[in-house]
Design a protein around this ligand. Structure first.
Ligand code: ASP
Length: 356
Protein backbone atom coordinates (compact mmCIF):
# COMPACT_ATOMS: atom_id res chain seq x y z
CA UNK A 1 0.00 0.00 0.00
CA UNK A 2 2.63 2.52 1.09
CA UNK A 3 4.86 1.73 -1.88
CA UNK A 4 1.90 2.16 -4.20
CA UNK A 5 0.73 5.37 -2.58
CA UNK A 6 4.20 6.88 -2.71
CA UNK A 7 4.42 5.98 -6.39
CA UNK A 8 1.05 7.61 -6.99
CA UNK A 9 2.07 10.68 -5.01
CA UNK A 10 5.38 10.97 -6.85
CA UNK A 11 3.60 10.69 -10.18
CA UNK A 12 1.16 13.34 -8.99
CA UNK A 13 3.97 15.68 -7.93
CA UNK A 14 5.69 15.38 -11.30
CA UNK A 15 2.37 16.43 -12.81
CA UNK A 16 2.58 19.65 -10.84
CA UNK A 17 0.75 18.73 -7.65
CA UNK A 18 2.30 19.76 -4.38
CA UNK A 19 4.57 17.42 -2.48
CA UNK A 20 2.18 17.70 0.47
CA UNK A 21 0.29 14.89 -1.23
CA UNK A 22 3.23 12.60 -0.47
CA UNK A 23 3.27 13.47 3.22
CA UNK A 24 -0.45 12.90 3.42
CA UNK A 25 -0.43 9.54 1.73
CA UNK A 26 2.57 8.33 3.75
CA UNK A 27 0.38 8.51 6.84
CA UNK A 28 -2.43 6.62 5.24
CA UNK A 29 -1.00 3.09 4.89
CA UNK A 30 -3.62 0.81 6.38
CA UNK A 31 -2.67 -1.96 8.76
CA UNK A 32 -3.75 -5.54 8.17
CA UNK A 33 -3.28 -8.87 9.93
CA UNK A 34 -3.89 -12.53 9.21
CA UNK A 35 -3.55 -15.37 11.72
CA UNK A 36 -3.70 -19.17 11.69
CA UNK A 37 -4.05 -21.63 14.53
CA UNK A 38 -3.24 -24.81 12.63
CA UNK A 39 -4.75 -26.87 9.82
CA UNK A 40 -6.10 -30.41 9.66
CA UNK A 41 -9.09 -32.65 9.13
CA UNK A 42 -11.33 -30.22 10.98
CA UNK A 43 -14.92 -30.89 9.99
CA UNK A 44 -18.35 -29.81 11.11
CA UNK A 45 -19.95 -32.50 13.18
CA UNK A 46 -16.60 -33.80 14.36
CA UNK A 47 -16.21 -31.00 16.89
CA UNK A 48 -18.45 -30.22 19.84
CA UNK A 49 -20.18 -26.81 19.73
CA UNK A 50 -18.33 -25.86 22.93
CA UNK A 51 -14.90 -26.61 21.45
CA UNK A 52 -15.76 -24.78 18.27
CA UNK A 53 -16.86 -21.73 20.28
CA UNK A 54 -13.60 -21.85 22.25
CA UNK A 55 -11.52 -21.85 19.07
CA UNK A 56 -13.51 -19.03 17.52
CA UNK A 57 -13.23 -16.95 20.68
CA UNK A 58 -9.47 -17.57 20.86
CA UNK A 59 -8.96 -16.50 17.26
CA UNK A 60 -11.11 -13.38 17.76
CA UNK A 61 -9.11 -12.49 20.87
CA UNK A 62 -5.89 -12.97 18.92
CA UNK A 63 -7.10 -10.54 16.24
CA UNK A 64 -8.04 -8.02 18.91
CA UNK A 65 -4.53 -8.18 20.39
CA UNK A 66 -3.05 -7.54 16.96
CA UNK A 67 -5.45 -4.70 16.27
CA UNK A 68 -4.57 -3.02 19.56
CA UNK A 69 -0.89 -2.87 18.56
CA UNK A 70 -1.37 -1.94 14.91
CA UNK A 71 -4.11 0.60 15.53
CA UNK A 72 -1.84 2.30 18.05
CA UNK A 73 0.79 2.71 15.32
CA UNK A 74 2.79 -0.21 16.68
CA UNK A 75 5.07 -2.22 14.42
CA UNK A 76 4.15 -5.42 12.61
CA UNK A 77 6.86 -7.20 14.65
CA UNK A 78 5.30 -6.06 17.93
CA UNK A 79 1.87 -7.14 16.74
CA UNK A 80 3.16 -10.61 15.92
CA UNK A 81 4.78 -11.00 19.30
CA UNK A 82 1.65 -9.80 21.12
CA UNK A 83 -0.67 -12.11 19.20
CA UNK A 84 1.55 -15.16 19.52
CA UNK A 85 2.11 -14.57 23.26
CA UNK A 86 -1.60 -15.06 23.82
CA UNK A 87 -1.74 -18.15 21.65
CA UNK A 88 1.38 -19.62 23.29
CA UNK A 89 -0.39 -19.36 26.65
CA UNK A 90 -3.58 -20.97 25.36
CA UNK A 91 -3.67 -24.78 25.78
CA UNK A 92 -5.97 -25.07 22.76
CA UNK A 93 -3.01 -24.56 20.45
CA UNK A 94 0.10 -26.58 19.75
CA UNK A 95 2.50 -23.81 20.73
CA UNK A 96 3.84 -22.95 24.17
CA UNK A 97 1.38 -24.36 26.73
CA UNK A 98 -0.56 -27.06 24.89
CA UNK A 99 2.40 -28.11 22.74
CA UNK A 100 2.45 -31.72 21.61
CA UNK A 101 4.86 -34.24 23.17
CA UNK A 102 7.88 -35.91 21.62
CA UNK A 103 8.23 -39.70 21.77
CA UNK A 104 10.45 -39.12 24.82
CA UNK A 105 7.64 -37.32 26.64
CA UNK A 106 9.04 -33.80 26.29
CA UNK A 107 7.71 -30.56 24.82
CA UNK A 108 10.31 -29.24 22.37
CA UNK A 109 9.28 -25.88 20.98
CA UNK A 110 10.22 -24.18 17.71
CA UNK A 111 9.56 -20.59 16.60
CA UNK A 112 10.69 -17.98 14.11
CA UNK A 113 10.09 -14.36 13.17
CA UNK A 114 11.10 -12.28 10.15
CA UNK A 115 11.11 -8.56 9.41
CA UNK A 116 10.15 -7.80 5.80
CA UNK A 117 11.70 -4.33 5.91
CA UNK A 118 15.25 -5.51 6.61
CA UNK A 119 15.09 -9.28 5.94
CA UNK A 120 16.41 -9.75 9.46
CA UNK A 121 15.20 -12.96 11.05
CA UNK A 122 15.45 -14.98 14.25
CA UNK A 123 14.58 -18.59 15.02
CA UNK A 124 14.81 -21.16 17.80
CA UNK A 125 14.40 -24.93 17.79
CA UNK A 126 13.95 -27.53 20.51
CA UNK A 127 13.57 -25.24 23.51
CA UNK A 128 11.92 -26.75 26.57
CA UNK A 129 11.77 -24.06 29.24
CA UNK A 130 11.07 -20.74 27.54
CA UNK A 131 7.50 -19.59 28.10
CA UNK A 132 7.37 -17.55 24.89
CA UNK A 133 9.53 -19.04 22.14
CA UNK A 134 8.44 -16.28 19.74
CA UNK A 135 10.09 -13.70 22.00
CA UNK A 136 13.25 -15.77 22.07
CA UNK A 137 13.21 -15.83 18.25
CA UNK A 138 12.80 -12.05 18.29
CA UNK A 139 15.70 -11.70 20.73
CA UNK A 140 17.88 -13.83 18.47
CA UNK A 141 17.02 -11.47 15.61
CA UNK A 142 17.46 -8.25 17.57
CA UNK A 143 20.27 -9.05 19.98
CA UNK A 144 22.54 -11.71 18.50
CA UNK A 145 24.74 -12.11 15.46
CA UNK A 146 22.89 -15.29 14.54
CA UNK A 147 19.65 -16.28 12.90
CA UNK A 148 18.92 -19.66 14.50
CA UNK A 149 19.71 -21.14 17.92
CA UNK A 150 18.72 -24.53 19.22
CA UNK A 151 18.45 -26.57 22.42
CA UNK A 152 20.51 -25.74 25.48
CA UNK A 153 22.41 -22.90 23.85
CA UNK A 154 19.15 -21.20 22.93
CA UNK A 155 18.03 -21.52 26.54
CA UNK A 156 21.26 -20.07 27.87
CA UNK A 157 20.71 -17.12 25.55
CA UNK A 158 17.09 -16.81 26.77
CA UNK A 159 18.32 -16.55 30.37
CA UNK A 160 20.92 -13.95 29.40
CA UNK A 161 18.20 -11.96 27.69
CA UNK A 162 16.04 -12.07 30.83
CA UNK A 163 13.19 -13.93 29.12
CA UNK A 164 10.71 -15.83 31.25
CA UNK A 165 11.86 -19.36 32.06
CA UNK A 166 9.32 -21.94 33.22
CA UNK A 167 9.62 -25.55 34.35
CA UNK A 168 8.99 -28.01 31.49
CA UNK A 169 5.76 -29.10 33.19
CA UNK A 170 4.33 -25.65 32.41
CA UNK A 171 3.65 -26.93 28.90
CA UNK A 172 1.97 -30.16 30.04
CA UNK A 173 -1.65 -30.84 29.06
CA UNK A 174 -3.46 -34.12 29.56
CA UNK A 175 -4.98 -33.92 26.08
CA UNK A 176 -1.59 -33.80 24.36
CA UNK A 177 -0.09 -36.44 26.66
CA UNK A 178 -2.90 -38.82 25.80
CA UNK A 179 -2.45 -38.08 22.08
CA UNK A 180 1.24 -38.93 22.37
CA UNK A 181 0.44 -42.21 24.22
CA UNK A 182 -1.96 -43.11 21.46
CA UNK A 183 0.56 -42.31 18.71
CA UNK A 184 3.32 -44.31 20.43
CA UNK A 185 0.92 -47.23 20.93
CA UNK A 186 0.20 -47.24 17.19
CA UNK A 187 3.94 -47.22 16.46
CA UNK A 188 4.60 -50.00 18.97
CA UNK A 189 6.93 -47.76 20.99
CA UNK A 190 7.27 -47.56 24.80
CA UNK A 191 5.36 -44.90 26.68
CA UNK A 192 7.79 -42.63 28.61
CA UNK A 193 7.32 -41.70 32.27
CA UNK A 194 5.19 -38.64 32.93
CA UNK A 195 7.39 -35.57 33.22
CA UNK A 196 8.48 -34.35 36.64
CA UNK A 197 6.01 -31.82 38.01
CA UNK A 198 3.19 -32.92 35.71
CA UNK A 199 -0.19 -33.10 37.43
CA UNK A 200 -1.47 -36.50 38.54
CA UNK A 201 -2.95 -38.48 35.66
CA UNK A 202 -6.43 -37.26 34.94
CA UNK A 203 -9.17 -38.61 32.74
CA UNK A 204 -9.35 -37.35 29.19
CA UNK A 205 -12.32 -36.95 26.95
CA UNK A 206 -11.87 -40.05 24.80
CA UNK A 207 -14.26 -38.77 22.19
CA UNK A 208 -12.08 -35.72 21.79
CA UNK A 209 -8.92 -37.80 21.76
CA UNK A 210 -10.24 -39.91 18.95
CA UNK A 211 -11.29 -36.82 17.05
CA UNK A 212 -7.81 -35.35 17.57
CA UNK A 213 -6.18 -38.47 16.20
CA UNK A 214 -8.56 -38.79 13.28
CA UNK A 215 -8.57 -35.10 12.48
CA UNK A 216 -4.83 -34.71 12.66
CA UNK A 217 -5.24 -31.20 14.01
CA UNK A 218 -1.88 -29.59 13.95
CA UNK A 219 -2.49 -26.44 16.03
CA UNK A 220 0.66 -24.51 15.21
CA UNK A 221 0.11 -20.75 15.34
CA UNK A 222 1.30 -18.08 12.93
CA UNK A 223 0.74 -14.43 12.11
CA UNK A 224 1.53 -12.08 9.24
CA UNK A 225 1.06 -8.37 9.88
CA UNK A 226 1.35 -5.10 7.96
CA UNK A 227 1.81 -1.92 9.97
CA UNK A 228 1.02 1.70 9.14
CA UNK A 229 4.64 2.30 8.19
CA UNK A 230 4.06 -0.18 5.36
CA UNK A 231 6.23 -2.95 6.80
CA UNK A 232 5.39 -6.65 6.67
CA UNK A 233 6.49 -9.18 9.28
CA UNK A 234 5.70 -12.85 9.86
CA UNK A 235 6.07 -15.23 12.81
CA UNK A 236 5.29 -18.86 13.63
CA UNK A 237 5.38 -20.90 16.88
CA UNK A 238 4.83 -24.62 17.40
CA UNK A 239 5.42 -27.73 19.44
CA UNK A 240 6.01 -29.62 16.17
CA UNK A 241 4.39 -33.00 15.52
CA UNK A 242 3.13 -35.54 18.05
CA UNK A 243 5.62 -38.27 19.00
CA UNK A 244 8.42 -36.69 16.96
CA UNK A 245 11.77 -38.38 17.52
CA UNK A 246 15.52 -37.82 17.59
CA UNK A 247 15.47 -34.04 17.90
CA UNK A 248 13.24 -33.66 14.86
CA UNK A 249 12.76 -30.05 13.74
CA UNK A 250 9.96 -29.05 11.37
CA UNK A 251 9.44 -26.12 9.04
CA UNK A 252 8.17 -23.59 11.58
CA UNK A 253 11.60 -22.31 12.70
CA UNK A 254 13.09 -22.51 9.22
CA UNK A 255 13.14 -19.16 7.47
CA UNK A 256 11.81 -19.65 3.96
CA UNK A 257 9.94 -22.86 4.81
CA UNK A 258 7.51 -22.05 7.65
CA UNK A 259 8.00 -18.29 7.86
CA UNK A 260 9.03 -15.58 5.42
CA UNK A 261 8.59 -11.81 5.07
CA UNK A 262 9.86 -9.41 2.45
CA UNK A 263 8.46 -5.92 1.80
CA UNK A 264 9.22 -6.50 -1.89
CA UNK A 265 6.63 -9.27 -2.15
CA UNK A 266 4.77 -10.69 0.84
CA UNK A 267 4.79 -12.35 4.22
CA UNK A 268 3.79 -15.96 4.90
CA UNK A 269 3.30 -18.25 7.90
CA UNK A 270 2.70 -21.95 7.35
CA UNK A 271 1.21 -24.90 9.19
CA UNK A 272 1.14 -28.56 8.26
CA UNK A 273 3.44 -31.54 7.95
CA UNK A 274 6.73 -29.70 8.15
CA UNK A 275 8.81 -32.20 6.24
CA UNK A 276 6.99 -31.25 3.01
CA UNK A 277 7.07 -27.53 3.69
CA UNK A 278 10.83 -27.72 4.13
CA UNK A 279 11.33 -29.57 0.84
CA UNK A 280 9.26 -27.04 -1.08
CA UNK A 281 10.52 -23.97 0.85
CA UNK A 282 6.84 -23.08 0.88
CA UNK A 283 6.89 -19.64 2.50
CA UNK A 284 9.61 -18.06 0.37
CA UNK A 285 8.31 -19.82 -2.74
CA UNK A 286 4.93 -18.13 -2.46
CA UNK A 287 6.64 -14.73 -2.18
CA UNK A 288 8.96 -15.52 -5.10
CA UNK A 289 5.98 -16.33 -7.32
CA UNK A 290 4.46 -12.96 -6.41
CA UNK A 291 7.71 -11.03 -6.89
CA UNK A 292 9.22 -12.74 -9.90
CA UNK A 293 6.26 -14.12 -11.79
CA UNK A 294 3.75 -11.41 -10.98
CA UNK A 295 1.14 -13.83 -9.63
CA UNK A 296 -1.56 -12.47 -7.34
CA UNK A 297 -1.04 -13.49 -3.73
CA UNK A 298 -4.01 -15.86 -3.80
CA UNK A 299 -2.86 -17.48 -7.06
CA UNK A 300 0.66 -17.95 -5.69
CA UNK A 301 -0.65 -19.40 -2.42
CA UNK A 302 -2.98 -21.80 -4.23
CA UNK A 303 -0.31 -22.92 -6.68
CA UNK A 304 2.05 -23.90 -3.87
CA UNK A 305 -0.51 -25.38 -1.44
CA UNK A 306 -3.14 -26.87 -3.73
CA UNK A 307 -0.87 -28.07 -6.55
CA UNK A 308 2.76 -28.42 -5.52
CA UNK A 309 2.32 -29.46 -1.87
CA UNK A 310 -0.50 -31.82 -2.75
CA UNK A 311 1.60 -33.41 -5.49
CA UNK A 312 4.07 -34.44 -2.77
CA UNK A 313 1.19 -35.66 -0.56
CA UNK A 314 1.93 -32.87 1.89
CA UNK A 315 -0.93 -31.45 3.92
CA UNK A 316 -1.46 -28.09 5.55
CA UNK A 317 -1.88 -24.45 4.68
CA UNK A 318 -0.62 -20.89 4.89
CA UNK A 319 -1.74 -17.37 5.64
CA UNK A 320 -0.18 -14.51 3.65
CA UNK A 321 -0.26 -10.76 3.21
CA UNK A 322 1.29 -8.22 0.81
CA UNK A 323 2.50 -4.68 1.56
CA UNK A 324 -0.53 -3.46 -0.44
CA UNK A 325 -2.74 -5.08 2.21
CA UNK A 326 -3.88 -8.02 0.07
CA UNK A 327 -4.65 -11.01 2.31
CA UNK A 328 -4.76 -14.66 1.26
CA UNK A 329 -5.07 -18.04 2.86
CA UNK A 330 -4.90 -21.43 1.27
CA UNK A 331 -5.06 -24.94 2.77
CA UNK A 332 -5.46 -28.40 1.29
CA UNK A 333 -6.93 -29.87 4.49
CA UNK A 334 -10.66 -29.76 5.30
CA UNK A 335 -10.12 -26.92 7.77
CA UNK A 336 -7.71 -24.39 9.20
CA UNK A 337 -8.26 -22.17 12.24
CA UNK A 338 -7.82 -18.70 10.77
CA UNK A 339 -8.70 -15.04 11.10
CA UNK A 340 -8.06 -11.79 9.31
CA UNK A 341 -8.72 -8.11 9.62
CA UNK A 342 -7.82 -4.94 7.73
CA UNK A 343 -7.95 -1.43 9.12
CA UNK A 344 -11.51 -0.17 9.01
CA UNK A 345 -12.82 -3.61 8.04
CA UNK A 346 -14.67 -6.40 9.77
CA UNK A 347 -12.88 -9.12 11.74
CA UNK A 348 -13.28 -12.49 9.99
CA UNK A 349 -12.84 -15.77 11.91
CA UNK A 350 -13.20 -19.10 10.11
CA UNK A 351 -12.50 -22.78 10.70
CA UNK A 352 -13.99 -24.98 7.98
CA UNK A 353 -13.14 -25.13 4.31
CA UNK A 354 -16.54 -23.88 3.18
CA UNK A 355 -16.31 -20.64 5.14
CA UNK A 356 -15.18 -17.34 3.63
N1 ASP B 1 4.52 -27.40 10.73
C1 ASP B 1 4.68 -27.91 12.06
C2 ASP B 1 5.82 -28.87 12.09
O1 ASP B 1 5.94 -29.67 11.18
C3 ASP B 1 3.47 -28.59 12.59
C4 ASP B 1 2.19 -27.86 12.40
O2 ASP B 1 2.10 -26.92 11.64
O3 ASP B 1 1.24 -28.23 13.07
O4 ASP B 1 6.56 -28.88 13.04
Amino acid sequence: MLRYLIAVALAASTLGHTTAALAQTEDSANWAIVIHGGAGVIERGAMTPEREAEYRAAMAAALARGEAVLDGDGSALDAIEAVIHGLEDDPLFNSGRGAVFTAAGRNELDASIMDGATLNAGAVAGVTQVRHPISLARAVMDNSRHVMLQGEGAETFAREQGLEIVPPAWFFTERRWAAMEQALGALGLDIPARPEGAPAAAGVDHGELERDAREHRFGTVGVVALDRAGNIAAGTSTGGTTAKRWGRVGDSPIIGAGTYANNASCGVSATGTGEYFIRLTVASRVCALVELQGLSLQAAADQVIMDELRALDGDGGIVALTPAGEIAWSFNTPGMYRARQSEGGEAVVAIYGDED
